[in-house]
Every structure is written in structure tokens, then in C-alpha cells.
Design a protein around this ligand. Structure first.
Ligand SMILES: Nc1ncnc2c1ncn2[C@@H]1O[C@H](COP(=O)(O)OP(=O)(O)O)[C@@H](O)[C@H]1O
Ligand SMILES: [Mg+2]
Length: 269
């Protein structure tokens, strides 16, 4: 069964169309990468699935429930159940600066009615999974490094044992050591059976983790395939551009002239 079905979705901001005819399904436990350049509509897609932006056309089914016409109250109830969680690029946006790490982590469980002592036990279980020490628990987010904060945000997204976690550029603000660490943590989550939608502008970050990759360009999904297919035989010109400009995917450095040529072709198409 699919945890997420996005069918023919359009999203407008005023008269500006940010998504057009987007179709995307995510199966239970599947890791789907969504890649595309800045402004291609990646965050809009995440926001729409979280009920923070409203589709002007199409249908969204989350964990078997058609949420397309949900009102704010229904979204709040759905979020309280913790079926879908999120991690944003800037962990300070998902963490309250005035709450200790412990309080931030137990909050989603308290909201679901889990008693405090049990919530603390459950949080302690999740710390090793995100490679955090328990001595961080009494601290405030401002006292942690960016990498530690992002791992706290990942732990917070997991404690309710959601079916689906949306990660919008989770490693883009991290230095390379922290980026690698968070990518490993995401890879390890495969065993837990949680489905992930991993959004990035960088194909290199996504390709090693995702079962499938979907490519967004100017609000449209132009290509979907296994990570291997998309990297080895990109079909759409925009995907070819992405592949050629992800140096970590190639033994040889990306060919700049070829990239410029592709970009010029794209801009003229
Ligand atoms: N709140 C908003 N109001 C108006 N336009 C927006 C808003 N958020 C995004 N957009 C526009 O929608 C398009 C897609 O943006 P976004 O989803 O943020 O792309 P990405 O995350 O891929 O960079 C862009 O043209 C952007 O300017
Ligand atoms: Mg974005």
C-alpha cells in the first residue's frame, strides 16, 4: 500500500503556478528522492503534502486518507496523530529555541497523550539511532552545532513512529562531515520501515539513498526512475544537466563546457 499518492496536483500562489500536474506515489518504507533546482517547486510539494499549501487541482491521499479538501482543524488532528512528520533545511525552524532538547523531543509524544516518563524512555531509545549523546538532552538548541541540531530534528520526526517523513533539503546547510553523517543516519532508517521523501537540489546527496528519484523542473515532474536508472540513463535534458553537474557521481570531474552547452539548449527549448 502507498503511504502517499499525489495525483495531478497543481498549486498556485496567486496567479503564479508553482506545481503543475504532479504525480508521485510513495510506497510503505520507500525512500523517494525529489530533486530540482531552486524555484522548481520542491518545498511547495512538501508544504502541500503537509497541508501548509492547498492544491488548486488534483488529489492527495495520505496513509489511505484523502486529505485534499481537509480544513485546518482536520490537518491539526492528522498532524497530532504523528502519521506524517517533517525535517526542514534549518533545524532552528523545527526546534523551539526556548525548549531543552529533551522537551523538544518528547513534545510530539506528549501531544499524542504519551505520559512524560514513557516519552523520555522512548526518546532515549532514539538517540543512538541519530548518533546523539544523552548529555545533550538538558541543553538548548542554540548550544548545539548545526549538525547536532539537524540530528535532533530527525529524532523528533521519528519518535512518533510516523509512516512518512518529508525532509526538505535536510543536509544543504551542513558542512560536508555533518552532511555525510546525516546521510548515513537516513540510510540506516531503511531498516525501520519509515517512508522518506528526501528533497534536495543535489542529485549526489540523494542518489546513494533513494530507491526512486523524481526530478522536478519548473513545477513539473519531468522524470521518475530508480536512482540507478536516473543516474545511468537520464532521459530528460534537465536530468542530464543534473547528472553532469553532480561531480560525486562521476570518476572524472564534470565537464564544464558540456554542462554550459546543455544549459544553453535547455534555456532555448
Ligand atoms: N509563499 C509563496 N508565495 C508566492 N510564491 C511562492 C511562495 N513560495 C514559493 N513561491 C514560488 O513558487 C515557486 C516554487 O518555489 P519553491 O516550492 O520554494 O521551490 P524550491 O523549494 O524548489 O526552491 C517559485 O517560483 C517561488 O518563487
Ligand atoms: Mg525549497
Amino acid at each position: 500500500m502507498n503511504v502517499l499518492e499525489v495525483s495531478d496536483v497543481d498549486v498556485h500562489y496567486g496567479r503564479n503556478r508553482a506545481l503543475h500536474g504532479v504525480n508521485l506515489t510513495v510506497a510503505r518504507g520507500e525512500i523517494v528522492g525529489v530533486i530540482g533546482e531552486t524555484g522548481s517547486g520542491k518545498s511547495t510539494l512538501a508544504r502541500t503534502v503537509l497541508g501548509l499549501a492547498r492544491p488548486s487541482a488534483g488529489r492527495i491521499v495520505l496513509d489511505g486518507e484523502d486529505v485534499t479538501a481537509y480544513r485546518a482543524r482536520q490537518w491539526r488532528a492528522l498532524r497530532r496523530r504523528g502519521v506524517v512528520q517533517y525535517v526542514f533545511q534549518d533545524p532552528l525552524r523545527s526546534l523551539d529555541p526556548e525548549l531543552s532538547i529533551a522537551d523538544s523531543l518528547i513534545e510530539p509524544l506528549l501531544i499524542r497523550g504519551v505520559p512524560r516518563a514513557e516519552a523520555l524512555d522512548r526518546v532515549a531509545e532514539y538517540l543512538p539511532r541519530v548518533r546523539l549523546d544523552a548529555d545533550l538532552l538538558p541543553r538548548l538548541p542554540g548550544e548545539l552545532s548545526g549538525g547536532q541540531r539537524q540530528r535532533v530534528a530527525v529524532a523528533r520526526a521519528l519518535v512518533t513512529e510516523p509512516e512518512l517523513v518529508l525532509l526538505d533539503e535536510p543536509v544543504s546547510a551542513l558542512d560536508s562531515a555533518n552532511r555525510v553523517q546525516v546521510l548515513h543516519i537516513l540510510q540506516d532508517l531503511r531498516d525501520t520501515g519509515v517512508a522518506l521523501v528526501f528533497i534536495s537540489h543535489d542529485l549526489g546527496s540523494v542518489a546513494g539513498i533513494a530507491d526512486r528519484v523524481a526530478v522536478l523542473s519548473q513545477g513539473e515532474l519531468v522524470e521518475t526512475g530508480t536512482a540507478r536508472e536516473v543516474v545511468a540513463t537520464p532521459k530528460h535534458p534537465y536530468t542530464r544537466l543534473l547528472v553532469s553537474s553532480a561531480p560525486t557521481l562521476h570518476a572524472a570531474p564534470a565537464d564544464r563546457a558540456r554542462r554550459e552547452e546543455l544549459r544553453a539548449t535547455l534555456l532555448n527549448s
